[in-house]
Design a protein around this ligand. Sequence first.
Ligand code: GDP
Length: 197
Amino acid sequence: MTFNTAQFIISNTDYKKCPPGDKPEYAFIGRSNVGKSSLINMLTNHKNLAKTSSKPGKTQLINHFLVDDRWYLVDLPGYGWAQVSKAKKRQWKKMIADYLLNRENLYLLFILLDSRHTPQPVDMDFIKWAGENEIPLAIILTKSDKNSKNKTFANKAALETRLKQDWGELPKIFTSSATIKTGKLEISDYIRNTSKQ
Ligand code: GDP
């Protein structure tokens, strides 16, 4: 079952100002341009709930959306812009780490990777950091419509091989496309089911 209603609640730079943590929360993160806004829009049946933009360095904010009055979906700022200053990167890291390490109702972090590529160091570093800090996570391989099925499969296998170097048990890995609307049901069911646990 997909979601029925979704509304924007608030944007913050400080996790302490986020809405009261009284609902299971699911956050989304990934390199800029990975397709995060498009995925959130697809999951919530909105065209423009999360802003899609190909512009680098969009405002770095933690964005809360309330879904079906039962869950929060959280759009976290993307990482990996080459042209961003060291000071900005430090600011981003602190904001994200504070949020991820302190938000008590965070049930799961979805880390988005582009299905067209084999694992990139910046993504693997982030996944490793999240794992070491025991942040529950799942991975979504985005934009699968841009690949042949074989290519997506091969890149997923390469990711699994790479993850096995650090992980005893592999995280759940989804494949999605906001363009042809795949992965929507699987991801929303996963949110629904894990929030019951
Ligand atoms: P964000 O920066 O991670 O929020 O990425 P966006 O959602 O803004 O998407 C970045 C670009 O990729 C935009 O031009 C989107 O139209 C495009 N895009 C996003 N998802 C998909 C997808 O599933 N398939 C294809 N073909 N393009 C996508």
